[in-house]
Design a protein around this ligand. Structure first.
Ligand SMILES: O=c1ccn([C@@H]2O[C@H](COP(=O)(O)O)[C@@H](O)[C@H]2O)c(=O)[nH]1
Length: 233
């Protein structure tokens, strides 16, 4: 696991921009995250271009389907070279789906589950049919517990959910945390967020940071500035 906890989310449909960002940011971040926006535009060829920069890759495709389909998709992802360091799915796909995926990955990458998206508030999840006796944090804790029971390595969760998840599942359970907003962040479009230092303090292993770095005039400087706030604490 890289010592630098920053995972830069390379969310762009522009192939050359993605490769340039990965090259520029390689000395300043621990991971690059490739998500749907880039992968649906450029597929495996695009993935390979970014991964060949040597940055460890979190391939964030958030699979969610029946166990057989997700397991087959994971088997296909495990044939990609270089192999992604982390792959994921949605915990709401259920215990059997997560177990089937874990069998398919078979330890070749860290497999983690998205609990409750950082863009969602309590009202949002209740409107979507989640049990109203439980808030986002309680649902995230239940889903994290299910994830561990299925044999996965960890979760994607909001910084708001970290303390409870750490309390329930211990220090060895991997927590990958988006919804990270430096104090002066220009973009404020997510609902359950924290600063990089606060998320790390609450127990995050990996901080997923997108536009606060990639949208900056000088992305390398932005990443360095964020790292500075972590070491200062
Ligand atoms: O709950 C989640 C799960 C994934 N994400 C992803 O993280 C990045 C965040 O980008 P920012 O620009 O820092 O908002 C993005 O790729 C999301 O798809 C998330 O934000 N929340």
């Amino acid at each position: 696991m890289p010592a630098n906890p920053i995972c830069v989310a390379i969310d762009t449909p522009d192939l050359e921009k993605a490769v340039a960002l990965a090259k520029t940011l390689k000395p300043h971040v621990g991971w690059a995250k490739i998500g749907m926006e880039f992968f649906y535009a450029h597929g495996l060829a695009g993935y390979t271009r970014v991964a060949e920069t040597g940055l460890p890759i979190f391939l964030d495709l958030k699979l969610h389907d029946i166990p057989n389909t997700v397991a087959s998709a994971m088997k296909a992802l495990m044939k990609i070279t270089p192999t992604p360091g982390i792959v994921n799915l949605h915990a709401t796909g259920g215990l059997d789906m997560m177990k089937a995926a874990a069998d398919a990955v078979d330890g070749r990458a860290k497999l983690i589950a998205v609990t409750i998206l950082t863009s969602l508030s309590d009202d949002d999840i209740w409107a979507a049919g989640f049990e109203t006796a439980k808030n986002t944090e309680a649902h995230a804790r239940s889903l994290a517990e299910l994830t561990k029971r299925a044999g996965l390595d960890g979760v994607v969760c909001s910084p708001h959910d970290l303390v409870g998840i750490r309390h329930d599942l211990g220090r060895d359970f991997l927590t990958v945390v988006p919804g990270i907003r430096p104090a002066d962040a220009a973009v404020q479009d997510q609902k359950r967020v924290a600063t990089p230092a606060a998320a790390l303090e609450a127990g995050a292993d990996i901080l997923v940071i997108g536009r606060a770095i990639t949208g900056a005039a000088d992305p390398a400087r932005a990443a360095q500035d964020i790292l500075g706030t972590l070491h200062a604490g």
